[in-house]
Design a protein around this ligand. Structure first.
Ligand SMILES: Nc1ncnc2c1ncn2[C@@H]1O[C@H](COP(=O)(O)OP(=O)(O)O)[C@@H](O)[C@H]1O
Ligand SMILES: Cc1cn([C@H]2C[C@H](O)[C@@H](COP(=O)(O)O)O2)c(=O)[nH]c1=O
Ligand SMILES: [Zn+2]
Length: 192
């Protein structure tokens, strides 16, 4: 039976790498994965899933207004899709997470979503909120803080490296703007 998976972590934990490994795995068995990533995350150029380890693959883009059930139904009717892989799934809307559950329940295609659980303020992203609520399987991917503990929080830094407490939820960036840390060091960084 097809299921929906949410692979979540802080930044720099290997989410994109794991997605690209899954894609390779499907392809080497002669199957056809459909890969999507957020249009707003253009760090490596548009329409590509890219991991820090150097792997890359082309991807379809999702915008907040896209109906992913309609889009995937159409793609599946043209060429059979064996699984759906979504990177940066924290940027999905509530409606899109619902549409992806329809892909699982009506089209019987497994959907594997990869993304952040929480933002730099420790708040859930909308996509993550509904994936945590509706996914069949929740899988935590781990990265480590400078102290050796599991890093489950992310600090956003200013130009001088100081932790920022407030701001827009979405600000695209990489290791230059964000650092994954454990909860203890997250609190210490914000307390200054
Ligand atoms: N050259 C490298 N060789 C092996 N691992 C690397 C290399 N460069 C980065 N990494 C590791 O890759 C991981 C980040 O992978 P990535 O898929 O980009 O993460 P995420 O999508 O979760 O932000 C980190 O654990 C980092 O240490
Ligand atoms: C914590 C946090 C992150 N983002 C952005 C920054 C990146 O563009 C992505 C996450 O990238 P990953 O390495 O693939 O995990 O999300 C953001 O907009 N707001 C935040 O609070
Ligand atoms: Zn720590």
């Amino acid at each position: 039976m097809a299921q929906m998976y949410f692979y979540y972590s802080a930044m720099n934990a290997g989410k994109s790498t794991t997605l690209l490994q899954s894609s390779f795995n499907y392809r080497e068995r002669g199957m056809n994965p459909a890969i999507f990533t957020a249009a707003i995350d253009d760090r490596y150029g548009k329409g590509v899933v890219s991991s820090r380890i150097g792997l890359q693959e082309e991807a379809e883009l999702f915008n907040v207004d896209d109906d992913l059930f309609q889009c995937l139904s159409q793609m599946h009717a043209e060429t059979k899709i064996d699984c759906v892989l979504i990177d940066e799934c924290q940027f999905l809307t509530k409606a899109q997470v619902y549409q992806l559950t329809e892909v699982v329940d009506k089209l019987h295609i497994p959907v594997l979503c990869y993304g952040l659980r929480s933002d730099f303020r420790g708040e859930l992203f909308d996509g993550s909120r509904y994936l945590l609520a509706w996914a069949d399987k929740l899988v935590e991917l781990k990265t480590i803080c400078h102290c050796g503990r599991k890093a489950n929080m992310v600090i956003r830094q200013d130009e001088s490296g100081k932790a920022i407490a407030d701001g827009d939820q979405v600000e695209i960036g990489g290791n230059d703007r964000y650092v994954s840390v454990c909860r203890k060091h997250y609190k210490e960084a914000l307390e200054g």
